[in-house]
Ligand binder design. Structure first.
Ligand code: HEC
Ligand code: HEC
Length: 201
């Protein structure tokens, strides 16, 4: 079942979104396709709302895929499923392009040296090779989202959703494997460290 959903999503994503020039709307400051998004995700794609992820600086491919997953009902969320369900392929391209080009949320300036949870998280990050897919600066790969500077409570929810098998999508087997050996305290620690992450640590 999981495999066939994945295959379906892959097929839809590649046929629906392959190629094509951006429509004129993409050249406007806030394209029509994005106007409904900023109320929750922030005008610059940096969310101030608990539970709502920042989209600024996310990999463009990741954003397109997640919107296709919501639209197809492969990724479940009562808020995003109807919103994405109303998006056309062009809207998805425009929205993903708009937010991907926005500068990401500034890295936190919170003191991390004496933060034992942060330090413990760094060890977990290394042990579980998170950077292999999310990149050394945690800006994300094409299929894997940006983690650095993302909202902590959202990161925790995402990790718990993978752990519970509640979130499925591209590369789901990868994240399911990653969280399989981890306990809830580990997930909290990882969310904390990724939210506060800064280079050189
Ligand atoms: C009413 C608030 C609301 C609006 C409006 C909204 N979103 Fe969302 N969005 C959310 C929430 C909440 C989530 C987190 C869902 C979850 O927990 O899985 C989310 C998740 C996402 C994600 C997944 C990001 C990630 O890191 O996994 C994308 C992409 C996204 N939204 C794009 C959009 C776009 C594009 C629009 C406009 C067409 C939009 N959203 C409008 C609330 C909103
Ligand atoms: C083998 C590659 C791989 C590894 C290793 C990996 N990830 Fe991921 N991660 C992914 C992919 C692919 C996705 C997107 C999956 C999807 O479509 O839902 C993802 C998604 C996520 C998300 C959701 C992001 C969002 O905005 O919705 C979080 C949080 C996350 N990973 C954290 C981690 C952490 C923490 C580690 C290390 C403990 C880790 N990942 C290791 C590939 C990986």
């Amino acid at each position: 079942m999981r495999q066939s959903l994945r295959a379906l999503a892959l097929a839809l994503a590649t046929t629906a979104l392959a190629g094509g020039a951006l429509p004129a709307a993409a050249q406007q400051a806030v394209p029509a396709a994005v106007q409904a998004c900023v109320a929750c995700h922030g005008a610059e794609g940096i969310s101030q709302m608990p539970g709502v992820p920042s989209l600024a600086g996310q990999p463009e491919g990741f954003l397109q895929w997640q919107l296709v997953f919501f639209r197809n009902g492969v990724r479940h969320n009562p808020v995003m499923e109807p919103i994405a369900g109303a998006l056309k392929d062009d809207d998805i391209r425009v929205a993903a392009g708009f937010f991907a080009k926005k500068p990401p949320a500034p890295l936190s300036s919170a003191a991390v040296d004496g933060d034992a949870v942060y330090q413990a998280g760094l060890k977990l990050v290394r042990a579980n090779r998170c950077a292999a897919c999310h990149k050394d600066d945690f800006s994300g790969g094409q299929a894997a989202g940006r983690l650095a500077g993302q909202r902590e409570e959202y990161l925790l929810k995402a990790l718990r959703d993978y752990k519970a098998g509640a979130r499925t999508g591209g590369g789901v087997a990868q994240m399911a494997d990653v969280v399989y050996p981890l306990g809830d305290e580990d997930l909290k620690t990882l969310a904390h460290t990724m939210a506060l992450w800064r280079p050189g640590s």
